[in-house]
Design a protein around this ligand. Structure first.
Ligand code: TYM
Length: 399
């Protein structure tokens, strides 16, 4: 790359992160790419390694001042890191509106981990009155998953669109882009981006190797393109904010590096943590369906998965009463905290668990009950979404 390489990209050459293990002085490695998250994740270390900024009390105050309400996922530090979110807020304060942009790679059904950034995106849309582009990277998932046919990806794309609409985004201000269907709107921008990125840069940002198929190597500019599409739609440089988990950050580092040179604003990001798998073997993932709660799971399946979940509890009731549980390492506690409990309930649960006054069975029962009731309602919304698909599809017209 030329001297135009900015801090975002020169800082983060690697996908392997050496992070300090929180319980000891050992150093453990984690790997975070948009396609793979492995190892223990130290989120403070990630901020340092990726060169992002933490969400600070100043930012929370500013959000409160601007829209009168701070979403619990922001307050509880589930969204923990950002690039230029403060800049977006300043722009908004000066009456410059921003677009939201987020997405989904339709490799399977949608689980609770995917939904969290979307619920947060809906809050941002409602509060800041923002337009939203929602991309489905069917090409990415076809290229990445060696054993999936395009027909399978297409059917997940349809199913995932129902989930997206069921979140409740404003139909007038939200457009869905499916890469293989709407490529004509992305391709000119993707070419401009691709021309400015070397293989050497994308190799270090994404961890591509000699055995990566060339479709994957060429894909990243397609995910970058919607960062600049709002500027074309609005006919002027338009700020864009991307809410997503931090696994997607490599795309934005690459995009930010070319933005100035293309005459656009760098896209801003707000990054979330990962909702863990029910067995804590990593992030909740569609590729490990037994350890994830899907929006389409039936009540029996939810009961079975939740009852088999790992917890932060002690091996026996007596020890749990004596020593208390480790709520902060417990996926059941995480789901309840970020999805279902109010802040007060969550704090009470933490105190009771750590003090040995709560057994894992009680938390599991709460999670199963809440999840079943959520999924029943969500399934009804998915049904209604079937008649709304056309309304949400991008058609090249202004939003
Ligand atoms: P995908 O389908 O892997 O994930 C969709 C969204 O869910 C987030 N995510 C999670 N969040 C919390 N806990 C988890 N266990 C978890 N697993 C996934 C992801 O960060 C993402 O926000 N390439 C993308 C699709 C895409 C996109 C975008 C995503 C296209 N444009 C713009 C975000 C923003 C993908 O495969 O996401």
């Amino acid at each position: 790359m030329s001297s135009e390489v900015d801090d975002d990209i020169s800082n983060d050459s690697d996908v392997i992160i050496k992070g300090s293990d929180s319980n000891s002085d050992n150093f453990k490695e984690s790997k975070i790419t948009p396609w793979e998250v492995q190892g223990e994740i130290n989120y403070d270390k990630l901020i340092e390694t990726f060169g992002t900024k933490p969400i600070t009390p100043d930012i929370l105050q500013k959000v409160q001042k601007l829209v009168g309400d701070v979403h619990p996922l922001l307050k509880l530090n589930y969204f923990f890191s950002h690039r230029d979110f403060d800049w977006i807020l300043n722009k908004y304060e000066r009456n410059e509106n921003f677009y939201l942009y987020t997405g989904r790679g339709p490799s399977g059904m949608v689980h609770m981990g995917h939904i969290l950034p979307w619920l947060f995106t809906k809050y941002l849309q409602d509060k800041f009155n923002s337009k939203l582009l929602f991309q489905l990277t069917d090409d990415e998932k076809f290229l990445y998953n060696q054993d999936r046919t395009f027909q399978e990806i297409k059917s997940f794309t349809y199913e995932n669109i129902l989930d997206i609409i069921a979140i409740g985004f404003d139909a007038k201000r939200t457009k869905i882009i499916v890469d293989t269907k709407h490529i004509q709107y992305l391709y000119p921008l993707a070419n401009e981006i691709a021309k400015r990125i070397t293989f050497s840069t994308s190799k270090s940002v994404f961890g591509f190797t000699h055995s990566t198929n060339i479709g994957m190597i060429g894909f990243p500019p397609i995910q970058s393109a919607p960062c600049f599409l709002p500027s074309l739609i609005e006919g002027k440089p338009t700020p864009v904010l991307i809410p997503a988990a931090i696994d997607q950050d490599p795309y934005w580092r690459m995009t930010r590096d070319v933005a100035d040179r293309m005459g656009y604003y760098k896209p801003a990001q707000i990054h979330s943590k990962f909702l863990p798998a029910l067995d804590t073997s990593g992030k909740m993932s569609s590729s490990k369906p037994q350890n994830a709660l899907f929006t389409t799971d039936d009540p029996e399946t939810i009961d079975r998965k939740v009852s088999a979940a790992f917890t932060g509890g002690q091996p026996t009731v007596a020890l749990q009463r004596e020593l208390g549980g480790n709520a902060l390492e417990c996926p059941v506690y995480w789901y309840l905290r970020y999805f279902f409990d109010s802040e007060v309930q969550s704090e009470e649960r933490l105190i009771k668990c750590e003090g040995g006054n709560l057994l894992c069975g009680e938390c599991k029962s709460d999670l199963a009950t809440e999840s079943k009731s959520f999924m029943i309602k969500f399934k009804q919304r998915r049904e209604k979404a079937k008649d709304m698909i056309q309304e949400f599809m991008y058609d090249g017209k202004p939003l």
